[in-house]
Design a protein around this ligand. Sequence first.
Ligand SMILES: *Cc1c(COP(=O)(O)O)cnc(C)c1O
Length: 463
Amino acid sequence: MTDFGTVQEAQADQLLKSAFDSLAQYRRSLAARPAYPSPLDLAQLADLDTNLPRTGEEPAEVLHQLATLGNRTAVPTTGGRYFGFVTGGVLPIGLAARILADGWDQASALHVMSPLAATLEELCERWIVKLLGLPEETLAGFVTGTSMATLCAFAAARHHLLKQLGWNTHDKGLAGAPPLRVIVNENAHSCIWRALRLLGFGENQFEKVRTDFQGRILTDQLPVIDNRCLVILQAGDVNTGSFDNFAAMSKITFQTGAWVHVDGAFGLWAACSPAYRNLTGGVEFADSWACDAHKTLNAPYECGLVLCRHEAAYREAMHTGASYAPLTQQRDGMALVPEMSRRARAIEIWAILRSLGRDGVAALVERLAKRANQMADLLVQAGIPVINDVVFNQVLVQFGDDGMTNRILGRIQASGECWCGGSRWKGRSVIRFSVCSWATTEDDIRRAAAAFIAARNAEADIV
Ligand SMILES: *Cc1c(COP(=O)(O)O)cnc(C)c1O
């Protein structure tokens, strides 16, 4: 039988040291590794498929197995040549702080459970609100990601809009409530539609607003906005990286009583850079924002932020409290999110912000955008069509027809030189290249561009 008391404790040092050694080895191997694990390495995952044995195994042995397998099969998102989806590559200081936070095993539901976490949450809230140029009264909830942030923001919006119409959802629920309208960018991220459905909004309530080729709302296509509207805009389209025109939208929604939400998962961080701030100009007029520290800020995963300027409505929507867990006047993080027990994410966010400073955050944002532009320039020089305006960190590429685009994407992925994914844009297949990591160098971009060119040339030889 496992003796938890003495054996595990005696092994703790050794386990931690082994984990660190193996992680260091992994990081050192990144430069020489393909940008995605090979099919041969991934085939080893099948070996995991066993029933849970009745007897346990030595922790040191388990860790060894895990480290060996993980070092071969982990997707190298922390390397400089991964450009899939819109992810983010963790900054070493963020990783190190997270390791500390996990080691301390802090739960951040209530202030009393971790004064450290509560203090850092409060501080990060203040710093981030200022960095993003949002109204001073804006609150921040530290959630898993933009999907959850969106759900929280919409819950607050629903509560606020219905209350404005004389309907209190806390007493009456939703049945029979005055109908709300959802005015939404037709290209909204999939997490928007899911959050709406989870909160009881249905397809018939969606008024999808047409967009230009870049994915920006055409303001002359907007329906009349009134105090029953939840208006959903984007700071950074997940495909093109484009930003809605917030300044124009603020004039249209001004004093209508509508609630405006901005999905700024990766793009809201543009506000931190003097060079890119024009993209988010006017965004501070909105009522709520969702963004991810685990994307552009390069924090470890599960660092999402819901930001909202209406503290009362927001707190009412999230209202909680239990006899054994009463809320206090201090920062009780669980009052601002749907969960109770949570990792103390503010610890790693604080460490990143403290190490970068305002200038460092701006430099990080600019670095990503600069590399995306470098990629676009190299592709265009080689005659490869880039179909979006590269305003931020996204580059969209399209070849002759969908079949060709997909075949060339397959060749790029198989090359191991860089990895990116595909998508559909305005009804056609595209290759989607997203620069999200501090680790990406100019040389990485040159290799990636060379991989695109080689794949295009190989395809041309066959056709
Ligand atoms: C990534 C992303 C989301 C979803 O964020 P998660 O953190 O993965 O939940 C939403 N909107 C946009 C624009 C995104 O890029």
